[in-house]
Design a protein around this ligand. Structure first.
Ligand code: URA
Length: 435
């Protein structure tokens, strides 16, 4: 088989056979297909799409390109959760202990941040001493013992996706529904959970700009999950502004603790209750979303959810006192207010721009090998619907000092705010559930 013929076939809009798809993925992993041919093929997929059968085949080929984790040594229905990427998205830090406190085992592998989006593993590593690399036996024993562990993704989960994604990122071929669906689902299938909850974002900070496109993506992923016997549910959620108020690694741990204490911003709390409810139902710990929500609220009110976070931190070598005293987390040396340049109602806050501003002051990585500063980030004071006048504080930068990076981040934050004369219509945070 020759790659050039496969590219021509896809360019002509024809359906690839399972054998051709496996040929592409094997060649991507072994390096026998050069990057320029893989990129040409990805562009042909972007233009011509893929059938459901092709998407399922591509997903399975990528899922089996590396290790496939067997979680059967962990008792109970393991439910994984994945977000298609957001800014200020610290839901895993909240959901993992919260649903574990309600009886759903969480054996989760998470990633690091790159570019404008943060990563759960970097956030957890802002807790002094916290270990994100556990051996398989320790990981399983922790989940069987306390019900929860979140660790870094092992080196060899879906290596085909890793290579393909890096290439898509630099060839303008990320935004393709079959390519995104197969990328996400290949990793979830390889990670071994019995059931999968997807948080599919739409809006300025997401790959999918509209709810309609997010629904198409969600349906494609749910269909793949169903096809391979993993119950899959997707929540379609708004990313027209960052989630919660805090963006940055230690800052996001702090906000997660606030939610687990029954405090914190309403949008984040509501999203966690909704996603957590779906996880409890998927995990067989509640008969419906209403019962699940009551259980989650009780876990917060009784302190059980926060205790579970403390147990997880202690088990993974971190300072468990942080769950009760988030002031012990790393703190930035300077706090610089970012002021509004105009009057108006906040209609939206470009999440990608806020993520990039946080990255500029050290909260994220521009390149994989960059070191991050756990203490720095952005605190949003005005969010969608707020009325501001010129000179009001829109946000506070938590930085190392009033340097060049802080000044350009402040400018970028002002530019990220979209102001209007009228109050904006209320946007539902959770637009739909696809199952
Ligand atoms: N997230 C992924 O894991 N893959 C994509 O292709 C896009 C978002």
């Amino acid at each position: 088989m020759r790659m050039v013929d496969v590219i021509r076939k896809k360019r002509a809009g024809e359906e690839m056979t399972a054998e051709e798809i496996r040929f592409v993925i094997d060649g991507v992993v072994s390096g026998s297909i050069p990057d320029y041919q893989t990129a040409a093929w990805a562009m042909a997929v972007c233009f011509n799409g893929m059938s459901d059968a092709e998407t399922a085949e591509l997903t399975l080929a990528m899922a089996h390109s590396g290790d496939v984790v067997d979680l059967s040594a962990i008792r109970g229905v393991k439910v994984d959760k994945h977000s298609t990427g957001g800014v200020g998205d610290k839901t895993t830090l909240i959901l993992a202990p919260m649903v574990a406190a309600c009886g759903v085992p969480v054996a989760k592998m998470s990633g690091r941040g790159l570019g404008h989006t943060g990563g759960t593993i970097d956030k957890l590593e802002s807790i002094p001493g916290f270990r994100t690399e556990l051996g398989r036996d320790e990981f399983f024993a922790q989940v069987n013992g306390i019900g929860v562990s979140v660790i870094g993704q092992s080196g060899n989960i879906a290596p085909a996706d890793k290579k393909l994604y890096a290439l898509r990122d630099v060839t303008g071929t990320v935004e393709s529904i079959p390519l995104i669906a197969s990328s996400v689902m290949s990793k979830k299938i390889a990670a071994g959970a019995d059931a999968i909850l997807l948080d599919v974002k739409f809006g300025s900070g997401a790959f999918m700009k509209t709810a309609e496109d997010a629904i198409v993506l969600a349906k494609a992923m749910v269909a793949i999950g169903t096809e391979v016997g993993r119950t899959t549910v997707a929540a379609i959620t708004d990313m027209d502004q960052p989630l919660g108020r805090l963006i940055g690694n230690a800052l996001e741990v702090r906000e997660a603790i606030e939610i687990l204490r029954g405090e914190g911003p309403e949008d984040l709390r509501e999203l966690c209750l909704e996603l957590g409810s779906q996880m409890l139902v998927l995990g067989g710990q509640a008969k419906d979303a209403a019962e699940a929500r009551d259980k989650l609220k009780s876990a917060i009110d009784s302190g059980a959810a926060l205790d579970k976070l403390g147990q997880m931190i202690a088990a993974q070598g971190g300072d468990a006192k942080i769950a009760g005293q988030p002031g012990l987390l790393p703190q930035a040396a300077a706090r610089i207010p970012v002021l509004s340049a105009a009057d108006g109602y906040v209609h939206g806050i470009d999440a990608e721009e806020i993520g990039l501003a946080a990255m500029r002051i050290g909260a994220g990585r521009a390149a994989k090998e960059d070191k991050i500063d756990y203490a720095v980030g952005v605190e949003l004071i005005a969010k969608r619907g707020h009325k501001v006048v010129k000179g009001d504080t829109l946000a506070i930068l938590h930085t190392r000092g009033d340097d060049e990076a802080a000044r350009s981040a402040a400018e970028q934050i002002v530019g990220a705010y979209e102001l209007g004369d009228e109050a904006p219509a209320a946007n539902p945070l959770i637009y739909a559930i696809v199952s």
